[in-house]
Every structure is written in structure tokens, then in C-alpha cells.
Design a protein around this ligand. Sequence first.
Ligand SMILES: [Mg+2]
Length: 267
Amino acid sequence: MMQTCYLNQYKAFLLDIDGVLVHDGEPIPGAAAAVERLQRSGPVLLFTNNSTRTRDTIAARLQRSGFPVEPEMVMTSAQIAACYLHETVGLCNLWPLGEEGLTAELCLAGHRLASPGEAAWVVVGMDRQITYAKLADALCALHTGARLLATNNDATFPSPSGLQPGAGAIVGALAGMGYPPDVIVGKPSPIAYRIALDKIGHSPEEILMIGDRLETDILGANCAGTDSALLLSGVSSRADITKLGIIPTLIAPDLAALVRGEGSLCS
Ligand SMILES: [Mg+2]
């Protein structure tokens, strides 16, 4: 157990949402106060692979649970997708395969929705209303020459009724038709971390990434050169660290404990 103010060395914080602030839709005890405490040390950016909701909806839900969160503090994989496309090809015609949060963020950034036959890009996120007809439309677009961007490739996510299929299930369906993604932009991609670091305006060594999933949050942070804290309040366990060989800088039971200085150095 290491004591004191190891958090003081960081000037900004990237926080995952599910498994860090909320679990199964319910706020994790002490997390809201911990976010307030972190905000006194520097800017906080909530950094999620979830593309199903807009940042406004995410912020509103968190506010209702007592979190001091504004929409500008949220960055979703849908925003990262919109930003990446803008940077690399400019505003483009695209066909989204995903939920409201994906379509809304792409349009907000100025991209144009197109029919499958006219889209330059298919942008795929998690879609809980996926159908055979949607997969057929995606195939039409890809067969016509559209490129494929995946917001993330998370295989599954936990819910109160057990594990649910994630965006990776739909990415896998498209790969099964012969179209693996041209690019995956969400965590652990370096694209996600570069765009988040640009937004937060600090260099990697000044930032702590706090998350609950080793293969996304922590792996991406390690590759981006930021320190990372694994919280045991979500998906990954302490045993997974050796199993996966992905080592965080710090480990703590939950966000409140981390902020109280009860994290351990992991080595
Ligand atoms: Mg998480």
C-alpha cells in the first residue's frame, strides 16, 4: 500500500465510465466525490468506447446520478471516429451502422449521411437493433468500395443480466463477409489516445488514465506513454494482469480508494 499524494504528479485525468463511475447503470459509491476531487487537481476527460449515446445524453445521465459532468467533458468513440475521418479525409459521405449516439456525433461534426451505395465509409458501432437487412446494406456499401471504420472492437460488455455482445460482434459479422475493418479508432487504438490528449492539452507523462479493462484502457495508455490505474470495480481482475501481461502503473479497488491514496504501485 502506498500512501499519500501520488496523484499530485498528474496534471490531467482520462477516466473510463463503465466500471469506473457506474456499474450496471448504477453509480459506484464514492465515485462522484472522487471526480470532484480529481477536478481540483486538473482537467478530467471521460473517455468511453460506448458509441450508442451522445455526449449530451451521457452527461445528463451522470448528472442525474450526482456526477459533476458537462457534455464537454465527455469523449465517445463516435466522436473519435468523426474527428479521425475529418482529419484524414475531410468531411465525407458515410453510412453508419450503430445507434443514435453514433449517427448524431457524425452529423454534428459535419459528415453527411449517404445511402449504402453512395457511402465512402461505413462507420460501425454497437447496434442493439442489428438485423440481417442492416448487414446486407453494409455489405452493399463495402462491396461498392466503401471503407470500413470500427468505433471499437470490444467483444462483450457486462450488464445486470450477464455479458452482452459488444461492437466487436458486429465488426466480426462484417469480417465474416470478407470485410475486416480498415481502421479501429476506439481504445486501445493510439488514434483514440492522441485525439483525447489533444483535447485535454497535456503531454502523456502528465496524464493518468483510469480504467477497469486491461486490454483497452490500460493497454492503450501503456502504448500512449501515459501512466494508468486499474480499478477492480469493473471487468478486469488482479489475476488478469499476469494472464494478459498488461501491467498498469497503479491498482486500486475503486475510484474513491484511488483518490484517497489507497492505490498500490503495480510492478
Ligand atoms: Mg469500462
